[in-house]
Design a protein around this ligand. Structure first.
Ligand code: FAD
Length: 388
């Protein structure tokens, strides 16, 4: 006899939305998490005020081996639904650059409101319980936890991915999926800072940030780039890191939207040096590191066409090969996960295992920076929770 209709493993953003949606449909729901409190990642997301969604959300904002998989859930739970969710919790949003919608209040308030809404509909939370394994039992499921077994007619795996383990993230969802015969797209860090070789000279610019256009392969983003003592961070580096593979080159335009070659050519007389012209355009010390001190001292008016092209290329197409990334421990998202080719895009149910659902980051769907990952957690959680 199952203890409940739906047992949800994981009380993160996707588990909470799955619980709320199913409870609204009258289902008896129990949520298990090894954390002492639900929603650990929502609380730290966006520096404490989570970037919960974006004014524009579509499959093009996600990475997956199965790129159209997320379309159905996103079509049913778009920006308007995410905004309604936040407002229904009595919270407000503010729009920042690139359509990013951030909470005005701390993320902890969103978590508290979602938990209240769930509990008022009868959802039970079993916290501080580690999920160890799960198997079929009769027509339902049996889950072993660190505090005994739990049974349910349906099981939703919302255990997230292993990125940022400091807040309780594990790969337990993958182990469970494999036990039920699903395959895993190899996990790797996404939205993660780059590390550069020891002694990298640009480390002298630590703390300096500037707008850039950054590209790797066919992916291109325009955003802020931050120099750190380890390498490169900031939104531009995080975005492109999701597309980067070890050994690949990254191209950075440090003066996006400008034509430095034309600006150099426009100086036809006088003693203005390259470093003086660039001083108004780039952070101090960056031109010397990019061009070398000698080139910086040259008078602009005396540069030939070839030299102008060379100087402009160094700045518009700065090429770097990162040594690596800071890894899953500092990644905001896990790329890869449960292979969605064996999961229904409408209900999130595993094709070969009726009653078994997956939602959120545990699936092989990872979003860009900009509210897309929490949005996916909400959208896929709502899809799983409303499955007929
Ligand atoms: C620092 C940081 C900042 C971020 N900022 C943003 C942002 O501003 N906007 C955005 O869209 N995204 C952001 N993200 C990403 C986003 O938070 C996640 O993609 C999203 O929360 C995933 O939700 P989820 O429910 O799928 O998984 P999770 O939130 O990871 O939930 C999984 C739950 O499962 C539990 N669990 C794991 N293993 C076990 C186990 N063995 N037994 C029991 N319980 C277990 C965990 O405790 C956790 O509560 C950020 C991530 C990080 C790390």
């Amino acid at each position: 006899m199952p203890d409940t209709d739906l047992l949800i493993l994981g009380a993160g953003a996707s588990g909470l939305l799955c619980a709320l949606t199913a409870a609204r449909l009258g289902r008896r729901v129990v949520v298990v998490d090894h954390g002492r409190e639900p929603g650990a990642k929502v609380k730290i997301a966006g520096g404490g005020r989570a970037n919960v969604t974006n004014t524009s959300v579509g499959p093009e904002n996600y990475l997956s081996e199965n790129p159209r998989f997320c379309a159905s859930a996103l079509a049913r739970f778009g920006t308007a639904e995410a905004v309604d969710l936040v407002r229904s919790c009595g919270l407000a949003l503010e729009e920042r650059e690139a359509g990013r919608l951030f909470l005005r209040e701390p993320g902890a308030e969103l978590v508290a409101a979602l938990v209240r809404a769930c509990t008022s509909l009868g959802v039970s939370f079993l916290l501080g319980r580690e999920v160890r394994s799960a198997c079929r039992e009769g027509a339902g499921f049996r889950v072993e936890t660190s505090a005994g077994a739990a049974r349910a007619g349906r099981l939703a795996v919302a255990l997230g991915g292993p990125a940022w383990a400091a807040c309780g993230a594990t790969d337990a969802g993958y182990a469970l999926a494999k036990d039920f015969g699903l395959t895993i797209v190899a996990p790797r860090p996404g939205l993660v800072p780059f590390s550069m070789p020891k002694g990298w000279e640009f480390a002298a610019l630590t703390g300096i940030s500037l707008p850039v256009r950054i590209g790797c392969g066919r992916a291109v983003f325009s955003d802020q780039l931050l120099f750190t003592h380890r390498g490169l961070s900031g939104p531009a580096a995080l975005q492109i890191s999701s597309y980067w593979r070890p050994g690949q080159e990254i191209a950075v335009d440090l003066l996006p939207g400008q034509d430095l070659e034309a600006e150099l050519a426009a100086v036809t007389r006088g003693g203005l040096k390259v470093k003086n012209l660039l001083a108004g355009l780039l952070p101090a010390r960056l031109p010397a590191l990019l061009l070398g001190p000698e080139a910086c001292e040259l008078p602009v008016a005396g540069l030939g066409a070839a030299r102008r092209r060379e100087v402009a290329a160094r700045i518009h197409a700065w090429r770097i090969v990162p040594a690596g990334t800071l890894g899953l421990a500092r990644a905001e998202v896990t790329l890869g996960g449960v292979d969605t080719r064996a999961v229904s895009s409408r209900t999130m149910e595993a094709s070969g295992v009726p009653g078994l659902f997956f939602c959120g980051e545990v699936l092989d769907v990872a979003g860009w920076l900009g509210g897309y990952n929490l949005h996916w957690a909400f959208a896929s959680g709502a899809a799983a929770g409303s499955a007929p």
